[in-house]
Ligand binder design. Structure first.
Ligand code: AR6
Length: 187
């Protein structure tokens, strides 16, 4: 599905983020920026060892939840790789919503600083970090929509969702957030 925000587009896609040809790809990383499982494992596997080498040398102290950092993209098709650290879900008692919003916002700021016209996000915190997927989808879409209302870049923001159930949560949020007139079913 595709949704318009002015001249910009938000896309929802069921697929593998490592195959995206966007200027930036976002990883759902951990605060140590070590190689984990899920999307993080897939990114390091497909991108090769240069990613970890570069990330370690640029960010030896890691990255706290609610923040993001850039690294070399190794063998991935993107120009830059952004490592965003989402919050671990603690029943909503530890500012998780705010931290998740900030992880998306910091990624958008970095993409903008690097003049990226397109960016692909995974569903940050929706796997190992156990954030309720419906709430995470609302936060993700609201954050990028608000960003696009205020900024020129990126022109395309793509959510690459790995499972049918996460895709369904994002689609449900998008239906609530966007009017019928600005949604276009992609081919
Ligand atoms: N492309 C797109 N999405 C994917 C892919 C892929 N190739 N593989 C998995 N997903 P998770 P988190 C989805 O656990 O919850 C790591 O160990 C997955 O189905 O990757 O932020 C890190 O090192 C889910 O919907 O990230 C951290 O320790 C979404 O990506 C921790 O997990 C996020 O799931 C971060 O946990």
């Amino acid at each position: 599905m595709k949704y318009s925000v002015g001249l910009r587009t938000i896309e929802l896609l069921l697929g593998d983020i490592t195959q995206q040809n966007t200027d930036a790809i976002v990883n759902a990383a951990n605060k140590r920026l070590s190689v984990g499982s899920g999307v993080d494992g897939a990114i390091h596997k497909h991108g090769g060892p240069k990613i970890l080498e570069d990330t370690r040398s640029r960010h030896p102290m890691g990255c706290p939840p609610g923040d993001a950092v850039v690294s070399d993209s190794g063998e991935l098709p993107c120009r830059i790789l952004i490592h965003a650290v989402g919050p671990i879900w603690h029943k909503g008692s530890s500012h998780e919503a705010e931290l998740l919003e900030r992880a998306y916002l910091r990624s958008l700021e970095i993409a903008s600083e690097h003049e990226c016209d397109s960016i692909a996000f995974p569903a940050i915190s929706c796997g190992a970090y156990a954030f309720p997927n419906d709430q995470a989808a609302d936060i993700a879409l609201k954050t990028v929509k608000t960003w696009l209302e205020k900024h020129d870049r990126p022109e395309t923001i793509r959510f690459v969702l790995f499972t049918e159930s996460v895709y369904a949560e994002f689609a449900k949020s998008a239906e609530k957030m966007f009017t019928k007139t600005n949604s276009v079913r992609s081919k």
